[in-house]
Design a protein around this ligand. Structure first.
Ligand SMILES: Cc1cc2nc3c(=O)[nH]c(=O)nc-3n(C[C@H](O)[C@H](O)[C@H](O)COP(=O)(O)OP(=O)(O)OC[C@H]3O[C@@H](n4cnc5c(N)ncnc54)[C@H](O)[C@@H]3O)c2cc1C
Length: 471
């Protein structure tokens, strides 16, 4: 460890913690990042498959053009080129009857590009296409709200109690349009059934996707394993600037007569500010001794309901390569349990030879045993892509992320702000009140906000810090 005391300790090395740490260093602070696990990246990471030797993501992560803060973070690290953004939104879809079509948005101003794409989409009938046009005023209202949060709500905007399905029904969206377009989009963004999830965070997602730039709704896929995309580059970036990431340290925040400090095993650090960038379920323990001022935040965090994502990674013997005329490397499978299939062979090139089938809103799937998940994944794969039927299965690796995201159902506990009631203690993480659901962009927005708040705090409270190690 660096013997010099850091200005700031960041707890947690996921997207939130690492974006905060790098922004802090950019702003002139010295930072120590403490991570509980042996590896970096939190919920967006990768692991070695011992049999094939391939790096496997803990779950496919999809970025969008509207992830502006995320791309800013990646540009800082110099890895933004490893996330390949479509020229405009294009998605291949195989419906439940097995018909394959492509939603491709033409180059028109937003949101006309979406409406243009939907109007030309063969999967839809005339009634569905006309219904899509009815959403135009709501999209305009959501965009206005994003730009001017204080304007009075338009009647087309979601109410706090409304679920996504109820809001879509109120907008006159047809069952087929919901099944093929809105349900896959909402479940991917919110990781919750549209019968349960609140419509307001979905509105925030739509406002981002259909903002002023038509490319905001284009999809982007990382072409490297997730930890190699940002976590390890962030570690190296910080080290090159005299800051540090230390793994295997379960940290907690405590307070004594001298003030706040961070304890992690034998290490005790008294920085000038702390950013706690852990997920909601870790927060009550990390802040248990921080003081009564954060009792409400701890209690809210303890009430958060987690949601699961399950991924079945499938190695086929000489199986066909995904390659429709749309996105080419992935296909939407609406109406199934595994809603998306990603061909990692096309995404990672020679470094991978597997397909990743993703089930979001998957609490029920996560409760099944591996045999049951394997059977379901293969049945859905072979049903949607009959050309895979003849290919022998070489290997399947199931990844259950039981606490992938937090529920955004109406009545969910309040999300805390960046600043706490304790001076010098700040929060980051996808669960912080950004208005976005649990996404990479939400994490990085929270990380950058925490960094900005800490830099202001440091400027207002110049003082020295001390680090000591005790056994
Ligand atoms: C399978 C899966 C698929 C997903 N797909 C998408 C997607 O397609 N698009 C998208 O935008 N988002 C997606 N997400 C969501 C996204 O991964 C998360 O929102 C984001 O990674 C959260 O980052 P974070 O930094 O806020 O939290 P985390 O990644 O959870 O990081 C917090 C870190 O804190 C550490 N920590 C906890 N307690 C302590 C402690 N006491 N001391 C030190 N360290 C501690 C943890 O080990 C962890 O590394 C997906 C998530 C999963 C799991």
């Amino acid at each position: 460890m660096n013997p010099q005391p850091p200005d700031v300790v960041v707890i947690g090395a996921g997207f939130a913690g690492l974006s905060a740490a790098t922004a802090l260093v950019e702003g002139g602070a010295r930072v120590l990042v403490l991570e509980a696990r042996g590896g970096l990246g939190g919920r967006a990471t990768a692991f070695d498959d011992p049999v094939t030797g391939e790096r496997v993501d803990n779950g496919q992560h999809v970025f969008f053009g509207c992830y502006h803060e995320t791309f800013r973070f990646l540009r800082r690290l110099g890895t933004d080129g490893d996330v390949v953004l479509q020229p405009s939104l294009a998605v291949d879809v195989i419906d439940r009857a097995g018909e394959r079509t492509t939603l491709r948005c033409p180059s028109l101003p937003s949101p006309l590009h979406l409406l243009g794409g939907v109007l030309r989409w063969r999967a839809l009938g005339l009634g569905d296409r006309l219904a899509a046009l009815r959403l135009g005023p709501a999209l305009q209202a959501l965009r206005r709200r994003a730009a001017e949060p204080d304007v009075p709500p338009h009647r087309s905007e979601p109410t706090p109690e409304e679920t996504v399905r109820a809001w879509l029904a109120r907008q006159g969206q047809t069952p087929r349009l919901i099944e093929l377009l809105w349900d896959p989009l909402a479940v991917a963004a919110l990781n919750e059934s549209i019968d349960v999830a609140a419509a307001q965070p979905f509105g925030a997602v739509l406002a981002g996707l259909f903002g002023p730039d038509p490319r905001d709704s284009a999809l982007a896929l990382p072409r490297r394993p997730l930890d190699e995309l940002y976590a390890e580059p962030a570690r190296a970036w910080l080290a090159a600037r005299g800051s540090e990431v230390v793994t295997g340290r379960v940290a907690r925040v405590a307070r004594d007569a001298e003030g706040l400090f961070v304890a992690a095993g034998p290490l005790v650090v008294r920085p000038r500010a702390i950013v706690c960038a852990v997920p909601w379920h870790a927060l009550p323990d990390v802040l248990a001794d921080a003081g009564g001022e954060v009792a409400f935040t701890r209690a809210s965090a303890a009430r958060v309901v987690p949601r699961a994502i399950v991924t079945a990674n499938v190695w086929l013997e000489g199986g066909p390569r995904e390659g429709g005329d749309g996105a080419g490397s992935f296909v939407g499978l609406p109406g199934r349990t595994f809603q998306w299939m990603f061909d990692k062979r096309r995404i990672f090139g020679d470094a991978a030879s597997h397909l990743s089938l993703v089930a979001s809103a998957a609490d029920d799937v996560a409760a099944r045993d591996n045999g049951g998940i394997r059977e379901l994944a293969l049945a859905e794969l072979r049903g949607a892509l009959p050309e895979t039927k003849g290919a022998a299965v070489r290997r399947i690796v199931i990844v259950r992320e039981r606490r992938a995201t937090f529920s955004v159902a109406p009545g969910a506990p309040p999300r805390p702000s960046t600043a706490t009631a304790i001076p010098g203690l700040y929060l980051a993480g996808d669960w912080i009140a950004t208005g976005l659901p649990a996404t990479i962009e939400g994490s990085v927005v929270s990380g950058h906000r925490a960094a900005a708040a800490v830099l202001t705090h440091l400027a207002c409270h110049p003082s020295s810090s001390t680090t000591k190690k005790s056994r």
